[in-house]
Design a binder for this molecule. Structure first.
Ligand SMILES: C[S@@+](CC[C@H](N)C(=O)[O-])C[C@H]1O[C@@H](n2cnc3c(N)ncnc32)[C@H](O)[C@@H]1O
Length: 374
């Protein structure tokens, strides 16, 4: 997708979610008429959140904070006390506030959303959350999930609920997920995915985009993007229940979309909710790197037999002569560094013993009977 189209999509998404944040406390109803985005919450329906979250999880959530999602990423994430969690497209903060209670006092949850009104709404909810739970462990940052305002390798768990669809540059979002996760960090995402390509008219409907349908990609595309971002243990589990339950919703968007489907088709034939879990691999050293470290360490430790052994092993493994020499040079540098650090330390010890001599000026006498300070 070209940059101009991507910017247009983001502007549309931002404008509509801005309106939703500003005007509605219930789930995803655009201003002009009741409709859903990533959920189907009609005033008289059982809310989508009621179906997806446990009673305990919902008990502590303010009614002003609706879930705009299509799944329950918290249930997938197995959060533990003390973990750092990042919610992509955090909206009004529904999942952030639930996650905050799971990670507790020593944990932290960061929500990122590009719609200023959503971030303001979530920040307003933070005061009530603090009061209710006594926890000060959540924050909301304004930003795009394609350029996360979050440091490298700083997050234990990335969660997200029905947002990836809306991004015009999903491979970039996945690369960002890979960047911010710590080694062994994990992903727990709910999203909508396509079972087969959507008819063109539906893809073009803005409502579908806002309803997370038009932006949805095929399951295999999601797998390919997560793999390309270096993630492993990728599990993609379709959850048709969410889309199937739309049939019962008196939902104008759903009705409009269905009207444009081929005769006899239903939304669930094309789209399904998807649970995505994945992990970032542990920091692993290759066998070659380990051998080169051993070469350098042998030099630093002045261990001649070790050096002979590890240089021989490195050559046997086909490691370039230049790399072996560099490892020797690094080992030598470390040794020199520790020698000069030792010299500085020795000087400080000598200086302090001179000072302690002069510190004897407290009325003591030296062995020859003179006063220390005389
Ligand atoms: C369907 S709502 C989901 C909100 C929240 N996850 C929930 O479950 O209640 C989508 C949210 O994602 C945000 N969003 C969409 N595209 C985004 C992007 N590219 N970067 C950051 N936020 C984005 C929107 O502003 C909106 O708040």
């Amino acid at each position: 997708m070209d940059d101009k189209k991507g910017k247009q999509i983001k502007a549309t998404v931002r404008e509509l979610y801005g309106q939703i944040a500003a005007q509605h406390t219930s789930c995803c109803q655009p201003p002009e008429e009741a409709s859903s985005c990533c959920c189907g919450d009609e005033p008289n329906d059982i809310s989508n959140a009621d179906l997806l979250y446990s009673k305990e999880e919902l008990a502590d959530i303010s009614a002003d904070i609706p879930s705009l999602g299509c799944g329950n990423p918290i249930a997938l994430s197995e959060l533990k006390t003390g973990e750092v969690v990042l919610d992509l497209g955090s909206g009004g903060g529904f999942d952030v506030f639930i996650a905050g209670q799971k990670v507790g006092l020593t944990g932290r949850v960061i929500g990122v959303d590009m719609t200023p009104d959503m971030v303001s709404k979530a920040r307003r909810g933070t005061a009530a959350y603090r009061q209710r739970t006594g926890l000060d462990n959540v924050e909301f940052r304004l930003g795009e999930i394609e350029h996360l305002p979050v440091a490298d390798a700083s997050v234990d768990v990335v969660i997200s609920n029905c947002v990836l669809n809306l991004s015009p540059d999903k491979p970039q979002v996945w690369r960002e997920v890979g960047r911010v996760l710590k080694p062994c960090g994990r992903v727990a995402i709910s999203d909508l995915t396509l079972l087969k390509p959507l008819p063109d008219e539906i893809r073009d409907m803005v409502e579908s985009l806002i309803g997370c349908l038009a932006g949805a990609v095929l399951v295999d595309q999601t797998r390919a993007m997560a793999e390309a971002a270096g993630l492993v243990e990728i599990q993609l589990t379709p959850k048709p229940g969410y889309v199937d339950s739309m049939i019962d919703w008196n939902d104008p968007l759903y009705r409009r979309v269905v009207e444009h489907l081929p005769e006899g088709a239903k939304a669930g034939d094309y789209v399904t909710s998807l649970s995505i879990t994945a992990a970032k691999p542990a920091l692993t050293l290759t066998a070659n790197t380990r051998e080169l470290i051993a070469v350098g360490a042998s030099v630093t430790a002045h261990c001649q037999p070790c050096l002979t052994y590890h240089v021989g092993k490195a050559r046997e493994m086909g490691i370039e002569e230049q790399d072996i020499r560099e490892a020797v040079a690094v080992g030598h540098q470390v040794e020199k560094g520790s020698m000069s650090a030792m010299t500085v330390f020795a000087k400080s010890v000598l200086d302090s013993s001179t000072q302690s001599n002069s510190a004897c000026c407290t009325g003591q006498t030296s062995p020859d009977g003179k006063s220390c300070c005389s």
